[in-house]
Design a protein around this ligand. Structure first.
Ligand code: ZN
Length: 398
């Protein structure tokens, strides 16, 4: 795989510690659907001062806000965080246990920022803690949450102080949110929203362990995951926000295909913190990126038949990254299929993004290439149901 050249000039200093001594690691190309406010490329760079790796993107926080309000997948049925997929349910039950441990009383007020369709709020409520409220930039998530009796506000993080004026929470949760934030300074006002004994819980992918759970090349790097934290940089984040890092927990989240996803949680608050963690993420990321680079070209199993137009199931991060890596060069792509209403009607790499029903009907015999990191069994079952009586071959990107 040929990586594009790194830019000579940087768009920004380290968003965590403001250091300007940063080193380019790899230029990433991530082909965007039409209408996306995000650029199709950025440099992944390392801050050697605070052991943080981040996307040196030209996009502003406003671009990201528009993206998450109109282009992201979290309002879609079965979206991550909804609790509708089996693995998501297990993950949310585990997360609910970690969250409930931090709530002093059953009616303790707590806030889930970037709550999606409210899967975690519902899972914590099922454990008897009913003081939860959520915030998500996608208005569709708020509407869906309301239908389940969950209190979800539509809005971006910069509206927290305004939306919750005068309110103090016992716990504020950012579960798989901080890795998405271009401007980490958006978290600064959270201190004012916590009680004196309140806790901040931040869970992110564990960038010190990507290599232990390898998937398709560069799986952990996409347009949404633009911050790569480890224990040391989460401690820096806690300090920057005016907290001590009271605990750091490493665990593995279950995925649908029985593989695992490395995660890391910070529990921050007032008090004495844990000893400083050793830097590890920058060196780990260098090794991980080199391993991805060495990995043979993406495999498609079983091999696609020659000379046929191909339907691709999935127009999300994986397809965008594979297109950017040139993995689909030489394939005649008919269309992309995606269940996410925010993607339907757009184009990706010049091909339409259709609902699965429309795409499968319009291309009745086209081989189908599943391009999704998880849920492939469910997708296969869905395709077989649509394609009953048809001779459609189904293929996977490995
Ligand atoms: Zn830094």
């Amino acid at each position: 795989m040929n990586a594009p050249a790194l830019r000579e000039a940087r768009h920004r200093a380290c968003p965590l510690c403001a250091a300007r001594q940063v080193t380019g690691l790899r230029a990433m190309r991530l082909v965007q659907p039409s209408g996306s406010p995000l650029p199709g490329e950025y440099d992944l760079v390392a801050c050697d001062v605070c052991d943080f790796v981040y996307a040196d993107t030209a996009a502003t926080q406003g671009d990201y806000d528009r993206y998450y309000a109109h282009c992201a997948k979290y309002a879609a049925a079965n979206a991550s965080g909804s609790g509708e997929a089996a693995s998501d349910n297990r993950r949310l039950a585990d997360a609910a246990e970690r969250v409930a441990r931090l709530l002093p009383r059953a009616d303790s007020p707590w806030l889930d920022l970037g709550c999606g369709r409210g899967g975690l709020l519902a899972a914590v409520a099922r454990r008897g803690f009913d003081g939860g409220r959520g915030l998500d930039p996608d208005p569709g998530c708020a509407a869906l949450g309301a239908r389940q009796g969950l209190k979800i506000h539509a809005g971006t993080l910069d509206r927290v102080a305004q939306l919750f004026t005068g309110q103090r929470f016992e716990l504020i949760v950012l579960s798989h949110v901080a890795e998405h934030l271009r401007d980490l300074s958006l978290l600064q006002p959270l201190r004012e929203q916590l009680t004196a004994s309140g806790r901040l819980y931040i869970e992110v992918p564990d960038a010190g362990r990507y290599g232990e759970h390898p998937r398709t090349p560069f799986y952990y790097v996409d347009s949404e995951h633009i911050n790569h934290f480890g224990p040391a940089s989460l401690q820096v984040l806690a300090r920057e926000l005016g907290f001590a890092a009271l605990a750091l927990e490493r665990f593995v989240l279950p995925l649908d295909d029985r593989s695992g996803y490395p995660a890391l949680a910070l529990i921050a608050g007032q008090g004495s913190g844990v000893p400083p963690a050793a830097p590890e993420v920058v060196s780990h990321m260098r090794a991980y990126l080199e391993a991805c680079e060495r990995q043979a070209a993406v495999r498609i199993e079983p091999p696609l038949p020659e000379g046929r137009e191909v339907l691709v199931w999935g127009a999300g991060s994986m397809a965008q990254r594979l297109l950017g890596l040139g993995a689909f060069e030489g394939l005649a792509l008919a269309a992309f299929l995606d269940n996410d209403p925010n993607k339907q009607g757009r184009q990706l790499a010049g091909r339409p993004i259709l609902t699965p029903a429309a795409g499968l009907a319009a291309h009745a015999d086209a081989p189908l290439l599943i391009c999704a990191a998880v849920e492939h069994r469910q997708i296969e079952a869905e395709c077989r149901a649509f394609g009953e009586g048809r001779t459609r071959s189904i293929h996977r990107v490995i």
